[in-house]
Structures are given as structure tokens and as C-alpha cells.
Design a protein around this ligand. Sequence first.
Ligand code: TRP
Length: 353
Amino acid sequence: MKMIEAQNLQIPKAGVKRVLTGMRTTGELHLGHYVGALKEWKRIQDEGRYDCFFLLADVQALTTHAEKPELLAKSVVSVVKDWLSVGLDPNDPNIHFVQQSMVPERYELSGLLMMIAKSAEVFRNPTLKSEIGSDKNPTMGFMAYPVDQVADICMVSPTPPRSGDEVLVPVGEDQIPHLEYSRVLARRFNHDYGDVFVPCSPLVGEVGRLVGTDGKEKMSKSMGNVINLSDSEVVVNDRVMKMFTDPNHKTVNDPGDTENNPVFIYLRAFDPNKDEVAELTEHYQRGGLGDVAVKRILAQRINEMLDPIRERRSQWEGRDLREIVVDGTEAARIVSRPVVEAVREKMHLGYPD
Ligand code: TRP
């Protein structure tokens, strides 16, 4: 076991700076996860200013996949591999991979926060609403997950809160309602029972959301419109060649649209050479540039981006992933224990005197 260094848990003068964010463990991660979240997480890690807790949200994954627990268990492992491959580094004493289901303190906090969470305010959460869709009989676990997610965030709250403390939560835009609610509940608790929580600070990444290779809003494996971080060069080439483009760009000489064209959306996201992107855009709009030619360039750029990710993935091959998760989870338990104790005390829970 890696020693959890005591110095990380002491209170620095400038305040305690923590990051908490997470992903549901429902399958392999794709390019959308990379531009929408992982790139930003890595940047924050490398900045070195925060103690970072990255949550493997396997409990939240049960809200949609309760009938497939073995898939979720497998996904915990594949998500860890994906995180390692993009350069998140649990060898760094400030980086913790936390398995949500293995933090008992978190369930306790969640159960107690439920007591001050009003059903109407939870149910009008727009992210929850759109996820429910037409399901007429969602589970209680599903309906209450916004509160559970507040517990994820609040469990790493520096306590007692002091000025300069911070809990930063880097997320995609769809998570904003959850973070706003986290601030509402944290403040409500502090107001009703006394200060325990530092309301979190949201941080929304620059590329909000990537469309699928077919141009659809939603990316999913079942729709076959994703490129995974673990895909080989051959698979990437194949997927890019099958990408949708501008349907009105019928012959090479037609002027084409680049704004809503998935190939150009991907070029803007993955080609680091902005001059090249500008030139291709101009040429395509003018006419005379074929789809296959642009796709070849795009496939090459994606592969160039994925190469170091593939390389890192192979370096972690055969390493003890379980230990990484056990250590990261223990680090989260260490910081969350005093939070839960403070909550219990403020709520007058405990054995009678
Ligand atoms: N809701 C996030 C998702 O859908 C995962 C998540 C769980 C999370 N707990 C969190 C994100 C806490 C940020 C903070 O992927």
C-alpha cells in the first residue's frame, strides 16, 4: 500500500484546495470523454495546485444499469485503464482514484442530506428530467441520485471550513444543475445546523460536448458512433472513413458546410495545427476539396493524438490496478470521516450522554 502522506491531509496556510469529479462506470471511454472532461482533469492535475479525487461512479451507474452489475464491475477496470492512458497519475500523492461504492462514509452523508433535500427541487433538475425521458416508473435510487451526487462532492469538503478553502468540480455543461444543487444543499445545511461544508466551485471545460461520428448529439456504443480511447489505428481509420459529412456536398467541386459537419467539428477538436484547419475549412467552403481527402487528414490527426495514449496504456499493462483503487478510495475515506462526524454532531446524532 502506498503511504497516504500525512502532509496532504494537513491544513496549508492558503486553504485546502481539493478537486472532486467523476464518471459513471458504464463502459469504455471515448473521444467525447477526452475533450469534454479528461483533458481538463489532466491539466488540473499537472498544474499541481489541487488534491484530486477522481470518482469511479459505480453506484450512480446502477441508476441506469442495475440489471447489469457485472458490466459495471468490468467497467470500473476499463475506466481505470482509460484514465491511466490519458496520463492521470495515481503515483502522484495528490491524485486519487476513488471507487464510489467502497466509501461507506459517502452513503451515510447521502442518507442524512436526503433529510433536507426537498423532492420538488430534486425532481425539477433538468438533467434528471431529460434522463428520465419517458420512463414512468423510475427507481428511488434514480430519482434521488442528484442528492447522492451532492454527497460525492460534500464528502471531500475541508472541515471545519476556513476562508481560502476550495472544492473545485470540473465537469461538462450537463452537470451544472447538479453542482448548483450541491451549493444549495451545502448552504442549507450550514444555515440550519452550523457550518460544515464549503460550497463547491464549478469549472466547465472549454469544449462542452462532442457529437457522434454520425453528427448525432448523443454518443453511444450501441449506436456505433464513437471512437474509443483504446481503439487501434485500423479501427480509427475505418470509423473516420464512415463519418457523416455535409449531405449537400455531393461532388468534390460543390461548396461545403464546415460548421455542422462532424468531420470539421472533429478537426477543430483534434487538429492542433490551427493554420491547417483554417486552410481546409476555407478550401472546403469554396469547393474543390473532397470528403475522403479531409477524412484522411482527420484520421491521421486523431491517431497522432491517440499514439501517446496507446503508449501509456501499454506501460501500465500488468500493473496492480486494484491497489491503485484501494489506495485512492482510502484517501477519500480519510478526508470524509471528519466530515461525516461533523454532520452527525451538528444533527445531534450519537449515543445519548
Ligand atoms: N454524474 C456524473 C456523470 O454522469 C458522474 C458523477 C458522479 C460526478 N458523482 C459526481 C461528477 C460528482 C461530478 C461530481 O458522469
